[in-house]
Design a protein around this ligand. Sequence first.
Ligand SMILES: [Zn+2]
Length: 367
Amino acid sequence: MAWWDDVANAVASAAEAVGDAVETAVNAAAEVVGDAVETAGSLVQDGLNALTGNSPLSGIAGWLGGIVSGVAKLFVANVIKGAWGLVGGVIGGLIKVLGGLLTGHWDLALRGLVDMVSSFLGGILAVGAALLSLIQTIVPFNSDERPLTKAEKDVLRNVFRGSLALYNIRIKNTSGLRTIFTLGNTIYCSSPGLNIPIQILVHECVHVWQYQNLGYRYLVDALGAQTIYGRDPLHACAPGNAYDWLAELARGTTKWEYFNKEAAAQLIEEIWTDGKLTTNEVGTTISTTDATHGAFYRKPVEPEDLHFKLVEEFIADDNPPSVPDRYDPTTTEVIHCPRDGKDHTQLAIDSVKRMRSAWNFRLSRFL
Ligand SMILES: [Zn+2]
């Protein structure tokens, strides 16, 4: 019956919206409290490092500071982000499950179930990860750690605008493991001197954004995508793998916020490398195109000078250039896998807008 279908559809979309809103609100509250605790830990760590500078005490101070901030992170992972994320995910998921079952929308019920399982596993992973990181710090002098540089922060402010809290982001070594990955606000890398190629930093910071806005379940979702769609280091460009954002479009997922977590991060990275910005002088045919990395993100949100019209463009490169390898700069790798060579500007505009619209009332954004 048509009228019943209409009612059922309305109830199902309401259940989905309310479930998402509950999860978002609980995680936002956890972020504000968790950020304050983590920021206190980072301030002690940075303060100790600044006080001792290059003196003989600096090694001890760095070690002690790492432990203070590690304990703060463990507390945040356990008591705040992990536990609250679990509560938010279970309540939000349950609303979707009930809404889906009542209206016969089985896909909605399934999404609710995934939310519940993801936030549960996310809570467990969060605690394990924070504990491992603290142990790594306690083993003396095994862990190099650094905050973001000013140049890195400038890039990230352009990409994320106000939607990412940068102060607590730290780059830490992997104690020999050859990889780059993100756990909460910490980006682990094995690159020489903790130097991360900037496009990789942009990718990893999308994971930080996911952590800050969705909680630790982002990690379960990302690992899930790598398991379901594949992540084979020997065939990094296998079509349809977790990082292939074109495959998300092919599966019918048109919105960035519903992309799997790896594809979402990869799209933002490739908008950084492939995006362009053309400046047209209004009333003339004079135009200049900036095709340097990050150009797409440099368009001001509010037009600054009405004599110029700025137009972004994102053509997904089908023949990407080679750059120094992320682990071994003496060799090269392609900057990203070849895509379709087509114009995806509208997807890029919508995705960046969605990402930047994330709520951010964290204390640390003012540091
Ligand atoms: Zn990733």
